[in-house]
Design a protein around this ligand. Structure first.
Ligand code: GDP
Length: 360
């Protein structure tokens, strides 16, 4: 499965957030594929549509999609030079498919800040500098090698150009993810080089009540990290929230003036940042969300349920979630002409409720 690495300076609340994520995982532990690993938190992707489907179909259980987070310990200033747990840290980051940077934005005089002051902007710069330096080290080795290969006509000239473009961008102090679009750099082309700052980024600002209520403060930080998504949450509050029953948690959120728990926002943003989407199946046994990549066709989507479904794919009966809810049942949706028969070239859409027909 694709994973999101949680990174950040010491004492910013990573462990608090990660513990909350693993607590959320325990609650979802009846999930058939959930394996418990110490540094991985597999959390459910909240999807209220599944409750609605379970009502329509009388499903015995609900199985949401999941999002996996990996705890990446050990970034400190100098990590790119092997400081602290530098090398291990860099290896862990290389393995993650997206990077979630946790940044301290709470003022608590009892919690020491490694650099002596609370400044999300400076913290982001510290971490990005380490990642940029590590990528530059990679390119310092790669570019001369590619140049040699291109000279003897064995190399990939386009890759060399892209690598040089990446080098220039990094030297200007930008991460590849933030600067690629403006520099017209194709990150997909660079994927073989495993550069860390080319991964999608998400920023979590661990803040307090004051920060959660301060829209100007949030707007400023959102702008700073764009095009990455920013999430504002209170890690301590989130860790208390996951201990509560769902109804109590809802009440607590409402009292706090929040619509959705920070962890749920993080699961949602993380899932979409990884380029994933879901489709839905429903029946008396279960209502379920299945994870696919954006742009997948119906046979590829069927293959997530079982490889035989992809091989033997004949067609898919698809009803849009809204249409199904409006009609009230599959039979009524069919009668209303809302059930579509789709073939092997159909590209799956978010909210498709699907039944596959296949040969075995
Ligand atoms: P890590 O080093 O980044 O893993 O940080 P920890 O999760 O261990 O948190 C460092 C300290 O900050 C601990 O004493 C936490 O209790 C405290 N802390 C974490 N999140 C918050 C928060 O949202 N508000 C406050 N006031 N303290 C927090």
């Amino acid at each position: 499965a694709l994973t999101i690495g949680i990174a950040g300076l010491p004492n910013v609340g990573k462990s608090t957030l990660f513990n909350a994520l693993t607590r959320a995982q325990v609650l979802a532990a009846n999930y058939p594929f959930a394996t418990i690993e110490p540094n991985v938190g597999v959390v459910p992707l909240p999807d209220p549509r599944l409750d609605v489907l379970a009502g329509i179909f009388g499903s015995e259980r609900i199985l949401p999609a999941t999002v996996s987070f990996v705890d990446i310990a050990g970034i400190v200033r100098g990590a790119s030079e092997g400081e602290g747990l530098g090398n291990k840290f860099l290896a862990n980051i290389r393995e993650a498919d997206a990077i979630c940077q946790v940044t301290r934005a709470f003022a608590d005089p009892d919690v020491v800040h490694v650099d002596g002051k609370v400044s999300p902007k400076d913290d982001i710069e510290t971490i990005n500098t380490e990642l940029i330096l590590a990528d530059l080290q990679t390119l310092e080795k790669t570019v001369p090698r590619l140049e040699k290969e291109v000279k003897i006509k064995k190399g990939d000239a386009a890759l060399l150009e892209a690598a040089k473009g990446a080098q220039a961008l990094l030297e200007s102090g930008q991460t590849l993810f933030a600067g690629a679009a403006a520099a017209k750099l194709d990150l997909a082309q660079l994927s073989a080089l495993q550069l860390m700052t080319a991964k999608p980024f998400i920023y979590v600002f661990n803040t307090d009540d004051a920060g959660l209520a301060d829209e100007a403060f949030q707007a400023e930080l959102r702008e700073l990290v764009a095009p990455a998504d920013a999430i504002f949450l209170d890690a301590k509050f989130e860790s208390e929230l996951v201990e509560l029953e769902p109804d109590e948690a809802k009440e607590m959120l409402a009292e706090n003036g929040q619509e959705q728990a920070g962890l749920d926002q993080l699961a949602n943003v993380g899932f979409h940042t990884l380029g994933l989407q879901t489709y839905l199946t429903a029946g008396p046994k279960e209502s379920r969300a299945w994870t696919i990549r954006r742009g997948w066709t119906a046979p590829q989507a069927a293959g997530v349920i079982h490889t035989d479904f992809e091989r033997g794919f004949i067609k898919a009966e698809v009803i849009g979630f809204e249409d199904l809810v409006e009609a009230g049942s599959v039979a009524a949706a069919r009668a209303a002409g809302k059930a579509r028969i789709e073939g092997k070239d159909y590209v799956m859409q978010d909210g498709d409720v699907v039944e596959f027909r296949f040969n075995v």
